[in-house]
Design a binder for this molecule. Sequence first.
Ligand code: SF4
Length: 611
Amino acid sequence: MPDYVPKLLRVNLTTGRAGVEAVPPKIAHDYIGGRGVAVSYLYDEVPARTEPLGPDNKIIFTIGPLGGTGGLSYSRWMVTSKSPLTGAYVRAVGGADFGAWLRFAGLDGIIVEGKANKPAYIFVEGNKFEIRDAANLWGLGTMETQKRLKERHGEDTRVACIGPAGEKLVRFAHVISDQRTASRGGCGAVMGSKNLKAIVIKAQPVLPKIPGMNDLIKQQAEFHQKAPMLPAFRRDGTHMNMVFAQKLGFFPARNFRDGTLDGWENISPQAYAALKVTDTKCYGCIVHCGKLFKATEGPWAGAISEGPDYETTFALAGSIMSTDIGFTIAADYLLDDLGMDSISAGVTIGLAYELFEKGIITTKDTGGLELTYGNAAAAMELIKRMGLRQGIGDLLAEGSKRAAARIGKGAEKCAIEVKGMEMAGYEPRGAKRQGLAYATSNIGASHNIAFIEQEIYGVPKPHPVDRLADEGSADVVKLSQDRVATNEVGIGCAFTQGMSPIRHFGQMLSTATGVPEFADPGYIFKVGERIYNLERLFNLREGFSRKDDTLPVRMLTEPLQKAGPSEGQVVRKQDSLLDEFYACRGWDKNGVPTPAKLEELGLGDKGPVTK
Ligand code: SF4
């Protein structure tokens, strides 16, 4: 592969050394880029038992071969690390322009290692790679941080940074660029632990000239324009999922006890549309799913935020049983500015509200806050205290699992997490393969590692799925996990993944890299499976096993309430689903890839791992 040599900038914050290195040909061939290259480096360079918030952990920023090429929705960027929230592998994907700017700077990624002895930021311009003093940025919110860095370095810079939550090692702190977040799993805290406030890239937005690429981009645009879901998605963004969730009864409300929320019409797609200021987008996207909203009434009138999306809306509104749309907009901005993942923050707040309802915590614990359902002002204050680690916020900043364990008195049963990561907005009792996807996800209960469209949207391919059936159809979980991993070698957007065929994606990868093999859908899908298995091996090496592939006890024992067509559902046969899933994957009964599967994937030198 003489033409395809991805380049990574490696910055050691302890020694101050920085330099560009070529990705070895075998890694470029076997993992292509993006998520694949990142997990390959993480597996090889971050050994078992590395402290996630210690200097030996690494954080890896990557793009795929299509980033900054003009390919539509392929300029997303990713952070990969060992998660301080879960102790497992984590990757989180961000948007806006930052991914394209990495390409314009001539890079496919940045590996950050070590720890600076004082607040610092990395500055990239041409062949200049500098570690600069960030003392006067430390403590600032993410919006002011980006503003000041752009004032200092010019409008042709793009910034990925953390807020106070990352500095204070909130375990679900995110990394943000513009108002687009790489949200899940606490990569912002990893940056904070390294005293790294930001990465700043200054470059001219010049697209590389790649023969044949413009024709492929035109075809891609035609695919997007013809996609059946495009009009609704362009109009409503992810809020369109609210309607499915309410009608089918899998909207998590009251800390995942109910499947619908009374008054949800106040936070419906139509309600948000009435507050829309403008559409927003990531670099090179024609979908424009992002929306800037402005609250016009109530206590938060005047609040403006790019978002919230469906997930943030569920995590804020469902958790505290409030349909105050102004609250969701104002809280979304505060979360972004402090630098916290809205799903983990919202679901952790949901835990606190339930514990308050049950008397397990009281105003003595909350510093006087009345965490009663509907009290949005108290939730807003909790967000602030979490981000700054003040009072009870210091405990909640540890995430639901750790906070519940420390509180005790049965609080553990109310923590809604998998492997320590708080659950996304599709209730597993009303979508049981989505539950299996959460349970077996390599990063915890994320919907972006596998999204079971057969259950959420009723897509009948590769076959129809009964979302309430206790057993069967585990194959769609493997399919989605591997398809997402394949897309993220690109790094393609999760929302546009289904808009163009995988063969076209392969043609674009092949054209961008000059590697004919990448045009083969079978080859790149196998790369996705290889990635998923290597992430699994990373987790097995850390001590995770079948026992960790489980939903919260609530889903396994308590019937879902107020859930319309999902009323009374319980996940009764998780073990059967796991057995079926492991068999689909070529893993043994303990969830360990068999030697034959590892050989098939070219991972024989990485395992087998036995526990
Ligand atoms: S669809 Fe939305 S998230 Fe995806 S690339 Fe476009 S604007 Fe970004």
